[in-house]
Design a protein around this ligand. Structure first.
Ligand code: PEP
Length: 256
């Protein structure tokens, strides 16, 4: 079975204007980005044009933190997939738990955003994850099942799932290796039901939630953890690079 290439994605949230983006990316491009790992950064919308210019010709991919389900129209504050593609953006995050909790996104709007993004030519990172109350009520797998119910409409070849337990995001409290592997394995089992065994084996499932150099190695070494979606630790180039190296080591472990 082909090993999945690890994917390490930095979600900068509402951090880093153009000057800070430039400083970060100049440092990242000086660093040794391991070829065995795919690396993507997702700055705020306003930093995307400058980031695209700096990343032209590099192996580092560029993503947006959201994308709308229409190409144009009366949607104040939204950004459409063709606008992102025009800049050189190739990835979009959809369904981040902050979008769901603070901006009213639903399972339905998340899938609509993802579908339009894919149709326009973007690869999509679709975020899912349970709250602490849901985990404590034993509802984790039921919540994940509900959140991925609509994804049969999507193209698995241009889809990445990010399992991000809400209680682990920005809290410093990461999922244990067992919790992460259990959720990822169960997700892959359900993906096989939706897309078939081959596509489910190829589809990358990232872990997100307080991933940092201190815990990356063990989390990324789990059989069904194919990389990370990283918030806080992606803002510092040294931490981000350390996580990239851990991802490369986990890939080497799979190959050997
Ligand atoms: C995220 O924003 O997707 C995330 C996982 O944040 P953090 O790494 O800060 O928990």
């Amino acid at each position: 079975m082909a090993a999945r290439r690890p994917l390490v994605v930095g979600n900068w949230k509402m951090h880093k204007g153009v000057a800070e983006t430039a400083a970060f990316l100049e440092a990242l491009l000086q660093a040794d980005v391991p070829g065995s790992v795919e690396v993507v950064v997702c700055p705020p919308f306003t930093s995307l044009p400058h980031a695209a210019m700096l990343l032209t010709g590099s192996a580092v991919g560029l993503g947006a933190q959201n994308v709308h389900w229409e190409d144009h129209g009366a949607f104040t504050g939204e950004v459409a997939a063709p606008m992102l593609l025009e800049l050189g953006v190739r990835w979009a995050i959809v369904g981040h738990s902050e979008r769901r909790a603070l901006f009213g996104e639903t399972d339905d709007t998340v899938v609509r955003r993802a579908a339009r993004a894919q149709a326009a030519g973007l690869d999509v990172i679709l975020c899912i994850g349970e709250t602490l109350a849901e985990r404590e009520a034993g509802a984790t797998l039921a919540v994940l099942e509900r959140q991925i119910r609509g994804i049969g409409a999507l193209d698995p070849a241009h889809l990445v799932l990010a399992y991000e337990p809400v209680w682990a995001i920005g809290t410093g409290r990461n999922a244990t290796t067992e919790q992460a592997q259990e959720a990822h394995a169960e997700l892959r089992r359900r993906l096989a039901g939706t897309f078939g065994a081959g596509p489910a084996q190829r589809l990358r499932i990232l872990y997100g939630g307080s991933l940092k150099p201190a815990n990356a190695r063990e989390l990324l070494a789990q059989a069904d953890v194919d990389g990370g979606l990283i918030g806080g630790a992606s803002l510092d180039v040294d931490s981000f690079c350390a996580i990239m190296r851990d991802a490369a080591e986990s890939a080497a472990g799979v190959d050997s």
